[in-house]
Write a protein that binds this ligand. Structure first.
Ligand code: 5IU
Length: 285
């Protein structure tokens, strides 16, 4: 199937899940397939980075480093959690980006439903997209879907990882795709390193209407990895050669000093342009 050769616009029209549709429309409107991953410990840096890169991204990936932020400060500032989330949502409206909470749910259905809906974070109430490991089997989707589907949210399954020696490969990846096929209303795609359409099906049984979104971390223009097993590929390798839809970039953009907002914006523009050029090359073949 050649769905990835279609434009984001064409694919947005066919999407039924509201979060997936919003993401594709946002990519199209802003001409950006760049997502920025904001993994910093200070709430001030967190919001400053998002404000700086906001105009250039389709999506912001938060990590429950938010959890770390909260647990650090929650004793001191009582209403800290709602305030930070309100700031994040205000920036999402101001700059027109989708919010993805990289929560990596991985427990039984009942527990993940509680983690998704309740606690101090109430993730389902503010994150358009979240993700889950497939280790628990389909019940992780059932649990999350019971909370997220009525709210118009979407789920990404972790089908592959960017790290050296990742165990998410081969039959594990195929099982992830199979799980997604059975919950197409809520599972909108994957965190993966390549397209997943038709994975695990025979050569002649590729499903025509299979259009998963592929969001891909492990993207860098200047270095090949870090000292802890992360592996980077360029936007061109990820989008043009592997057919992925969204590049997720963290340290490549905010670097070693999260307080330098001017250089952060400049890096975001650089990655945005590289990601878009790779997409244009892919769809104009
Ligand atoms: N992330 C990966 N690789 C993966 C998965 C998640 O890098 O396979 I699943 C996360 C980790 C971090 C971000 O939050 O994506 C990448 O950050 P850097 O661009 O700074 O490496």
């Amino acid at each position: 199937s050649s769905l990835h050769l279609q434009t984001y616009t064409q694919r947005a029209l066919r999407q039924k899940n509201p979060a997936a549709k919003l993401l594709l429309e946002t990519i199209d409107r802003k001409q950006s397939n760049l997502a920025v991953s904001v993994d910093v410990a200070s709430p001030k840096d967190f919001l400053a980075i998002i404000d700086a890169v906001g105009p250039f991204v389709c999506l912001i990936k938060a990590t429950l480093l938010l959890r770390r932020l909260f647990s650090t400060h929650i004793d001191i500032i009582e209403d800290f959690t709602p305030a930070l989330l309100e700031d994040l949502q205000a920036l999402s409206t101001k700059h027109d980006f989708v919010i993805f909470e990289d929560r990596k749910f991985a427990d039984i259905g009942n527990t993940v439903a509680l983690q998704y809906s309740s606690g101090v974070h109430k993730i389902a109430s503010w994150a358009h997209l979240t993700n889950a490991h497939c280790v628990p089997g389909p019940s992780v989707i059932t649990g999350l879907s019971s909370v997220g589907l009525p709210l118009g949210r979407g789920l990404l399954l972790l089908a592959e990882m960017s790290t050296k020696g990742s165990l998410a490969s081969g039959s594990y990846t195929e099982a992830a795709v199979q799980m997604a096929r059975e919950h197409r209303d809520f599972v909108v795609g994957f965190i993966a390193q390549r397209r997943m359409d038709g994975v695990g099906t025979g050569p002649n049984e590729t499903l025509e209407e299979e259009d998963f979104l592929i969001l891909t971390p492990g993207v860098g223009l200047d270095v090949k990895g870090d000292a802890m097993g992360q592996q980077y590929r360029t936007p061109r390798e990820v989008v043009l050669e592997s057919g992925c839809d969204v590049i997720i970039v963290g340290r490549g953009i905010y670097g070693q000093d999260p307080s330098l907002v001017d250089s952060i914006a400049a890096q975001a523009i650089r990655y945005k342009e590289a990601g878009w050029a790779a997409y244009l090359a892919r769809t104009q073949i």
